[in-house]
Ligand binder design. Structure first.
Ligand code: CA
Length: 467
């Protein structure tokens, strides 16, 4: 089989529970679902640090953030380091990235390894973006989700069709501040969107970190987020519900625009007759709280933020509509792309190709645990720095709650605390059992696994970690 094209579609902050193929209760994503219908849906794809820049760095470089040094939003990528685009480019792929980059601006941080790059600056706006195209600023007019698609389709049309391509097609949507386009602005207008089960979480039975976070629908959404002043005369519960409706509807409207545009790109593959020669992936840089635990945003190792949507349609897919429950992470993506391209990954890369999973056989030694670390202590939403591990059944988290000199983190330490969740008994993570004697053996075993994984990925534990 010739080397496949690789089309990597990524959005920003799109949670799996806002996709119909993942069983969303609140919206439909018919075009994204086409990818799952033609291939495989992963239920347990996790990010190794739930934040925009760090996740992008992990995907591009195939390494954890303490290796690629993009631990926080304050740390921009050193673009001299090896990345998957450079390797594919050296091996005969045409390479392109269009849309959100968010790994820094200027010659030291711009994309390297791409024949064509046309990127937003920083987060980028929802309308009329000024972009940087191969080092030159260009002003565009229109809705950014549409423009990123137009530019991607143009490049696909004009590429050298004799060579395989690797394209990163990266949307800004549905990142805050959730500005919909005219086409979708009235969507859901007369509908009351249901709230999640944990909407009124009071953060009891958890470490102090959950109650300290400043990202609640009730208190922390701004008038810019809500697009209108809060009506007078509402009870606190009514006001919170009203804010949730504003937030979630605009979020879902931005998702609907992404869905339409991904449909255009999938159609173009069909029209050109290359769908069977192309590995198509849809994912997002992390998950997001959609009112879950009363929150918006991400950062925490809790499920809604940790889980990435990940659907993939392999070339000449032989098992459409399949579902996989093995654990994979964003560090594994680069290894998988190289595997499909028939290229060995460099020693520096830390992931593992999950191509065998796509071909229907899970290797006997496939990992049943993953390692996570959030470094950006207290910045933006007052979330404590933490690390932890997740297995199929349990999740262990240690809030070491210290900046450790990381860029942009706030240097004000908090008392460290552990959390342990039994996800079979408590899928919503409402009951920390770390101090429950019935779980003492599990806690000790997972602390050992945490240490083993930190050694394996060459990270260091917090120097003053308490048992
Ligand atoms: Ca993000």
């Amino acid at each position: 089989m010739p080397r496949p094209n690789i089309l990597f579609i990524m959005t920003d902050d799109h949670a799996a529970h806002a996709m119909s193929c993942y069983g969303s209760r609140i919206n439909q994503t018919p075009n994204l679902d086409r990818i799952a219908q033609g291939g495989m849906l992963f239920n347990n794809c996790f990010c190794t640090n739930s934040l925009c820049e760090p996740s992008r760095a992990a995907i591009l470089t195939g390494t954890y953030n303490h290796i690629n040094e993009v631990t926080t939003i304050g740390a921009h990528i050193d673009n001299r380091q090896e990345n998957v685009a450079k390797i594919l480019q050296r091996n005969g792929y045409q390479t392109a990235i269009v849309g959100k980059w968010h790994l820094g601006q200027g010659p030291a941080h711009w994309p390297t390894g791409f024949d064509y790059w046309n990127i937003l600056q920083g987060q980028g706006p929802y309308f009329d973006p000024e972009m940087v195209c191969n080092g030159e600023k260009v002003q565009y007019e229109g809705y950014t989700t549409d423009l990123i698609t137009d530019l991607s389709l143009e490049w696909l049309k004009e590429r050298d069709k004799e060579k395989p391509f690797f394209m990163m097609y990266h949307h800004k949507a549905p990142h805050r501040p959730w500005d919909p386009d005219d086409k979708h602005v009235d969507m859901y207008e007369d509908i009351d969107i249901p709230t999640p089960d944990t909407f009124d979480d009071d953060y009891s039975n958890r470490a102090a970190a959950a109650g300290a976070a400043q990202m609640t629908v009730a208190e922390h959404l701004t008038e810019r987020d809500l697009k209108q002043p809060v009506p007078q005369g509402l009870t606190p519960a009514e006001e919170k519900h009203w804010k949730y409706q504003c937030y979630i509807k605009d979020y879902l409207r931005c998702v609907a625009s992404v869905d339409d545009n991904v449909g255009r790109v999938l159609d173009s593959l069909d029209d050109e007759g290359i769908a069977d020669d192309t590995l198509v992936i849809y994912t997002s840089d992390q998950g997001f709280f959609l009112g879950d635990h009363g929150w918006y945003d991400k950062r925490f190792m809790y499920e809604e933020s940790l889980r990435m949507p990940f659907i993939i349609r392999p070339p000449r897919s032989i098992a459409p509509e399949s579902v996989n429950n093995d654990i994979i992470t964003n560090v594994d993506f680069a290894a998988t792309f190289l595997d499909y391209a028939g290229i060995d990954q460099p020693d520096r890369f830390q992931g593992r190709s999950f191509r065998p999973l796509l071909e229907g056989s899970t290797p006997g030694d496939w990992p049943e645990i993953m390692y996570y670390r959030y470094w950006m202590h207290l910045a933006h939403h007052h979330v404590y720095a933490h690390y932890g591990v997740r297995t199929h059944r349990y999740k262990l988290i240690y809030y070491y709650a210290d900046a450790l000199g990381q860029p942009g983190a706030i240097d004000e330490s908090k008392p460290p605390e552990w959390e342990l969740f039994d996800l079979d008994e408590d899928p919503n993570e409402l009951n920390n059992v770390y101090h429950d004697p019935a779980y003492a053996d599990i806690a000790a075993e997972l602390r050992g696994e945490l240490r083993r994984l930190q050694e394996e990925v060459q990270d260091a534990p917090y120097p003053a970690e308490q048992p």
